[in-house]
Write a protein that binds this ligand. Structure first.
Ligand SMILES: NC(=O)N[C@@H](CC(=O)O)C(=O)O
Ligand SMILES: [Zn+2]
Ligand SMILES: [Zn+2]
Length: 344
């Protein structure tokens, strides 16, 4: 049994840091282990252009703990108004390395998102041309589609057509949650990658709903049935380089989760690599953690791999009941429970 694992320092290819006062908390949790992170742009208002991305980057950098060299990788939020000029300017000036598609209404702060893909065809054309990846929240939003079927419906109704129409566009299918998504990615070309969260490897919808509703397990795309959890685990066990670490750590203040209409999002950044280590350990593939966490992401984005290392040790500790979140508190995933791995 491996009790100690040294890996090249990982990055997080999908995280929500939010903005304002809470950055002090969210940035220090992310910067604790990760060298770089893809910063999701779903602020209110969203990060719509290169200048807004640059401003947000500066606020994140200013919130880093003293001495931290954590590098935020900025992302534009696509709206119906995103022009090819906005894309080209932000990319060429190094203000953003990717752009994110939120179907309008799909998730937290997606109200300014895209209402029909045709609106962003010119922007996607420009992205394909310059080599800027499209990051996708892959769920349809029609109220008549069951919430557990929204990811599969997105693949069938939109994603297949999208990758056919833009044969050179790089697409990251973010936070995949179904066997259908894992299959799609495996069968697609090398320009299609996917992030997988720790919570979708560790949990299924029973953890959310059986024996009482647990709002801190509520995220989007929603946890699915066990066979889908298993398919995501199989994807990481396969060792395919198309899958990489993206925590989707998405904090909401306690009062916004524990209420009659609670927000979607799980806070995992405070123990992200530890939770992934648990998942890989329970699958018997700790040896595959390094590529998933530290190689596949930078290779996909065409960035250098990190060179320093971290060491994980099998050692139990108790997760905090709550963590500071600006003027509020956030209840982290696993609050008050045991986590089996620790970073030395
Ligand atoms: N994952 C979530 O449940 N929530 C995210 C948005 C997202 O990534 O879809 C958030 O910003 O809160
Ligand atoms: Zn999302
Ligand atoms: Zn997210």
């Amino acid at each position: 049994m491996t009790d100690r694992l040294t890996i090249i320092r990982p990055d997080d290819w999908h995280i929500h840091l939010r903005d304002g006062e809470v950055l002090r908390n969210t940035v220090s949790d992310a910067a604790r282990i990760f060298s770089r992170a893809i910063i999701m742009p779903n602020l209110v208002p969203p990060v719509r252009n290169g200048d807004e991305a640059q401003g947000y980057r500066e606020r994140i950098e200013a919130a880093r703990p003293a001495g931290s060299i954590f590098e935020p990788l900025m992302v534009l939020y696509l709206t119906n108004q995103t022009s090819p000029e906005i894309i080209r300017a932000a990319y060429s000036k190094g203000q953003a390395i990717a752009a994110k598609l939120y179907p309008a209404g799909a998730t937290t702060n997606s109200g300014s998102g895209v209402t029909a893909l045709e609106h962003i065809y010119p922007a996607l054309e420009a992205m394909a041309d310059v080599g800027m990846p499209l990051l996708v929240h892959g769920e349809v939003t029609h109220s008549d589609v069951d919430i557990f079927d929204r990811e599969k419906a997105f693949i069938d109704q939109q994603l297949i057509k999208l990758v056919e129409r833009f044969p050179t566009l790089k697409v990251v299918f973010e936070h995949i949650t179904t066997a259908d998504a894992a299959e799609f990615v495996k069968g697609a070309s090398d320009r299609i990658g996917a992030t997988i969260t720790a919570h979708h490897l560790l949990y299924n919808r029973n953890h959310l709903l059986a024996g009482g509703v647990r709002p801190h397990f509520y995220c989007l795309p929603i946890l699915k049935r066990q066979r889908h959890q298993q398919a995501l685990c199989d994807a990481v066990v396969s060792g395919s380089n198309k899958f990489f670490l993206g925590t989707d750590s998405a904090p909401h203040a306690q009062h916004a989760k524990e209420t009659s209409c609670g927000c979607a999002g799980c806070y995992t950044a405070y123990a992200a690599i530890e939770l992934y280590a648990e998942a890989f350990d329970s699958l018997g593939v700790l040896d595959k953690l390094e590529a998933f966490a530290s190689f596949n992401g930078p290779d996909y984005y065409g960035l250098p791999r990190n060179t320093d290392t971290i060491t994980l040790v099998r050692e139990s500790w108790t997760a905090p009941d709550q963590l500071p979140f600006g003027d509020h508190m956030v209840i982290p995933l696993r609050a008050g429970e045991t986590i089996n791995w620790r970073v030395e």
